[in-house]
Write a protein of this length. Structure first.
Length: 116
């Protein structure tokens, strides 16, 4: 099995017009999807939702930037570590991701095996 990072951008949690009951229902959808990944042996420990605050250090001058690093659907909102046979299988798993229900995206990145 190969390891992949799912990098989530945007989605419901950057949608200011979402009502509390819609947020709650969306969290339930995430829970169901994550439980399915776990039950099928594809979910590894280590992924987390991210807070909307933070800092970035940029460039050679190491300029410190405070606050959100992108707007709306470009903001990184979370990560997951996934086990899959190959990138096609990882992509198939990402197709069921709830982040897409609110115009978010999943970037699927193979994790380099440093032992090779």
């Amino acid at each position: 099995m190969m390891r992949f990072l799912f990098l989530f951008r945007g989605g419901a949690f950057v949608s200011p017009s979402l009502l509390p009951d819609q947020r709650s229902a969306h969290r339930d959808t995430w829970r169901t999807w994550l439980n399915g990944l776990s039950a099928s042996g594809h979910l590894e420990p280590g992924g987390h939702p991210l807070d909307g605050t933070g800092r970035t250090v940029r460039g050679r001058a190491r300029v410190l930037v405070e606050g959100p690093h992108a707007e709306g659907n470009d903001m990184v909102t979370g990560t997951l570590l996934i086990l899959a046979a190959n990138q096609d299988e990882a992509t198939a798993l990402a197709l069921g991701c709830p982040v897409c229900e609110y115009d978010g995206s999943v970037e699927i990145r193979p994790i380099l095996d440093r032992a090779r």
